[in-house]
Design a protein around this ligand. Structure first.
Ligand SMILES: Cc1ncc(COP(=O)(O)O)c(C=O)c1O
Length: 360
């Protein structure tokens, strides 16, 4: 029995619709990088969703579905020229810039582009990033604004990202304060900004409760009311994880069990096979049937606990090789994450998600 990934696109549509229905919340755009499976994109496209892309493959997947460019934003501040050309050909609505170089590049390749200024924020999410800074600091804005005056681009607002799986409301409040300062600088430089894009970061409850989108939207609304003399005409956010996670369940198979002072269970999925975020701070829940009393168990991928640790202490019953371990909320940044696709190894089953063992 091999690992299987269950994907139910209707769950992503339900999560998207729940965000759309939230009162006084930013409008959602789906961040395609979280899960670019064609069936999930098709379901969201049919529901009228807007999309945020960071790569050519993501853009192409949307174009095949006939999503109009006006419903697509290119949100990476350092896109390759090939992506910018493809976006221009597709009529993509918005772009992102964070330096004078990027402003000039955008102006040269997409003359007349509408762009958001990406602001740098210290990542406050659970996901650990490499230490490459993305975005402009307030001190960098003068040079960026000077470049924009001389380039055929229109600065229409600011964009930030608090960090993926952000479980702290304070991070969004801090982001809004920084955005207001940058907004003021755009106004002083003669621009008429109208869009505040708060990026992704909406968290899901892998093991512990996390703030709900409604609570985060309220925190944003209050912060905007406090620091923006006139609120932005358009507020957006770009959840990837929140929309896609609940649409997927990963059924892993136990390949080896080690009894002893510490119990180790090895699975046929791991950091390098379907679960890249396990190495970057995401702690999945591991659920299994079984009658034995749950006990603390080290869970590892195919390379073993030393190189492929998934959980130091999951509560699992006694398991045998060949039995199933289930990972809920596995629809985002797992099997089809654009950077680490594992679809050749793990079959995908589309349709309603299977029933899961209870959490212990
Ligand atoms: C600009 C931007 N928007 C959206 C996202 C999606 O984030 P998440 O999946 O945490 O919602 C990211 C993630 O890195 C991002 O950088």
């Amino acid at each position: 029995m091999c690992a299987v990934w269950y994907l139910d696109p209707s769950q992503a549509v339900a999560a998207y619709r729940a965000l759309v229905a939230l009162p006084a919340a930013p409008r959602p755009r789906y961040a395609v990088k979280a899960n670019a499976h064609p069936a999930l994109l098709a379901a969201l496209a049919a529901a009228g969703a807007h999309f945020a892309v960071v790569g050519e493959a993501e853009l192409a997947a949307l174009r095949v579905l006939g999503v109009p460019g006006a419903r697509i934003a290119c949100v990476t501040p350092g896109p390759p020229a090939t992506l910018l050309r493809a976006c221009r050909a597709a009529g993509v609505g918005w772009y992102a810039v964070d330096s004078p170089w990027e402003v000039r590049k955008l102006g040269a390749l997409v003359p007349g582009a509408a762009a958001l200024v990406v602001l740098a924020l210290p990542p406050a999410g659970r996901l650990r990033y490499p230490t490459v800074r993305i975005g402009a600091g307030l001190a960098d804005l003068d040079a960026l604004l000077a470049a924009a005056r001389a380039a055929p681009v229109e600065l229409i607002g600011v964009q930030l990202h608090v960090g993926s799986q952000c479980e702290r409301l304070a991070a969004w409040r801090r982001g809004v304060v920084l955005a207001a300062l940058a907004w003021q600088r755009l106004c002083t430089a003669g621009w008429r900004p109208r869009v505040l894009n708060l990026g992704g970061g909406l968290p899901v409850s892998y093991r512990r409760p996390v703030p709900t989108p409604a609570a985060i939207a309220r925190a944003i609304e209050r912060a905007v009311a406090r620091v923006f003399p006139v609120p932005p005409a358009e507020l957006w956010w770009e959840p990837g994880r929140y929309i896609a996670a609940g649409a997927g369940v990963l059924a892993a198979t136990v390949t080896r069990c080690e009894e002893g002072p510490r119990v180790v269970v090895q699975l046929d999925v791991g950091r390098y096979r379907g679960l890249p975020e396990a190495a970057r701070g995401i702690r999945y829940a591991y659920l299994a049937d079984g009658t034995g009393t749950p006990r603390p168990t080290v869970v590892a991928g195919p390379l073993g606990p030393r190189y492929d640790l998934l959980a130091r202490r999951a509560w699992l019953p006694r398991l045998r090789a060949g039995e199933r371990v289930w990972l809920p909320l596995a629809g985002a940044y797992t099997i089809v994450q654009t950077a680490y696709p594992a679809t050749a190894d793990v079959p995908v089953v589309l349709g309603p998600l299977p029933p899961l063992p209870a959490a212990r």
